[in-house]
Design a protein around this ligand. Structure first.
Ligand SMILES: CC(=O)N[C@H]1[C@@H](OP(=O)(O)OP(=O)(O)OC[C@H]2O[C@@H](n3ccc(=O)[nH]c3=O)[C@H](O)[C@@H]2O)O[C@H](CO)[C@@H](O)[C@@H]1O
Ligand SMILES: C=C(OP(=O)(O)O)C(=O)O
Length: 418
């Protein structure tokens, strides 16, 4: 799976360009299935999750090719090949986002139960509730979700018991081609939801209210496609560089990003006594004073993102005093604590709570990435540790970070792949 080796101790300094968002790109790629004509997506990150999703959608009958390193040209399928293969689907969570578009456009779907990082049980009941509320008939057969639509999907009022990102996306995409109006209540409000709604509207959908608790979709007969659309910047990649800059006492300017999308993290870094200066589409992080301990509770957007919790745990492990993390989204997201402890961190995990007692330094050693953001956290830990840190299972990190080593080297880090 590859190793990343870091020699710690350098402060990160300079400028870094943030890539397009993984989670938005994956949802938008699934949404292209709804379109009748070619679609061009710009600012797509060349990461392994995106490459796997391209393979899956090509298998369904689409034709997708890179026009240049950040631009994908997609000819949606005219008829669908059933069965998204397990060996691909198991690699990423977002493969469950194929269900809504396949059912809406082709009236049938068969997708192996999705994989992704082992950060919790991650049920799909809300996806099922929403899609069956629109009239789809769904069953689980031999590890596959099978679905069919007797006639056309019909608009409905759907209340989500929890504002699930994936369920909101799946229902929103399916509702675009349903007959009549759909209301998604207690919808997720993440920036990736808004990006998906904007993309669907560019293709001819009628989605209103994305970014609020209630999304209203007026179904249309078809989505024309024939559009070029830039994916939003990746707020989690941006957040990871912000934390790396703060932890290494650095001074980094992040370019091509949306400061409002990282506001929950900026607020917390400021509490820790880091300077975060917002530009229009850039942001500067300067860490020149001793850091203060902070408490974090992960929440749906605009709360603090679960995808940034591990990286912050790495930073806080060397901040004098006691910090506390409460993980409210995924029950298994403290796996990184054991790896950080190997490096000398003092972290006590009790259920959904982790208490961190800051130590004076972390020591480089061999550690393993247990999931994507745990891998990112170990990179942060390696950058601040004394000596050499060897991170195995680096392919987890490749799921979500484009050119991470090169970007960090340009900021002065000593990092290489083995
Ligand atoms: C590809 C993608 O976009 N992944 C993101 C997406 O994952 P994903 O869409 O899987 O996350 P959800 O928002 O759906 O999950 C949030 C919570 O809802 C629960 N739940 C979800 C669906 C369901 O049917 N039933 C149910 O109980 C989950 O177990 C979890 O506890 O949002 C997460 C929360 O911001 C991020 O960490 C992931 O990076
Ligand atoms: C949890 C993540 O991704 P996924 O939902 O694809 O597993 C993530 O990006 O941190």
């Amino acid at each position: 799976m590859g190793k990343i080796i870091i020699t710690g101790g350098s402060s990160l300094r300079g400028r870094v360009k943030i890539s397009g968002a993984k989670n938005a790109s994956l949802a938008l790629l699934c949404a292209t299935i709804l379109a009748r004509n070619e679609v061009v997506l710009e600012n797509v990150p060349d990461i392994s999750d995106v490459r796997v999703m391209i393979q899956i959608i090509n298998n369904l009958g689409a034709q997708i090719a890179w026009e240049n390193p950040e631009t994908l040209r997609i000819m949606p399928p005219r008829k669908i090949n059933m069965g998204a293969p397990f060996h691909l689907v198991k690699k990423l969570r977002a493969s469950n986002l194929l269900l809504g578009p396949m059912l809406a456009r082709f009236g049938q779907a068969k997708v192996a139960l999705p994989g992704g990082c082992n950060i919790g049980i991650r049920p799909m009941d809300l996806h099922f509730k929403g899609l069956s509320g629109l009239g789809a008939e769904l069953s689980l057969e031999h590890g596959c979700v099978c679905g069919s639509v007797p006639e056309r999907l019909k608009g409905a009022r759907i209340y989500l018991d929890f504002p699930s990102v994936g369920a909101t996306e799946n229902i929103m995409m399916a509702a675009c081609l349903a007959k009549g109006q759909t209301l998604i209540e207690n919808a997720a409000k993440e920036p990736e939801i808004v990006d998906l709604a904007n993309f669907l509207n560019t293709m001819g959908a009628k989605v209103r209210g994305a970014g609020t608790d209630v999304i209203k979709v007026e179904g249309v007969a078809s989505l024309k496609g024939g559009v070029r659309y830039p994916v939003i910047p990746d707020r989690i990649e941006a957040g990871t560089f912000m934390v790396a800059a703060a932890a290494t006492k650095g001074d980094v300017i992040l370019e091509n990003m949306i400061p409002a999308h990282v506001q929950p993290l900026s607020a917390k870094l400021r509490e820790a006594d880091v300077d975060v200066i917002e530009g229009e589409d850039s942001l500067r992080v300067i860490s020149s004073r001793p850091l203060k301990p902070i408490d974090i509770k992960t929440m749906p957007y605009p709360g603090f993102p679960t995808d940034m919790q591990s990286q912050l745990a790495a930073m806080l492990s060397v901040v004098p005093g006691t910090s506390m993390l409460v993980e409210n989204i995924f029950e298994n997201r403290f796996m990184v604590a054991d790896e950080l402890k190997r490096m000398g961190a003092r972290i006590k995990v009790e259920g959904r709570i982790a208490v961190i007692e800051g130590v004076s330094c972390l020591e480089g050693t061999q550690v393993k990435a247990t999931d994507l953001r745990a891998g990112a956290a170990l990179i942060v830990a390696g950058l601040i540790a004394t000596g050499e840190t060897e991170i195995c299972n680096a392919s987890f990190i490749d799921r979500g970070y484009h050119n991470l080593e090169e970007k960090l080297r340009n900021l002065g880090a000593s990092i290489r792949r083995h």
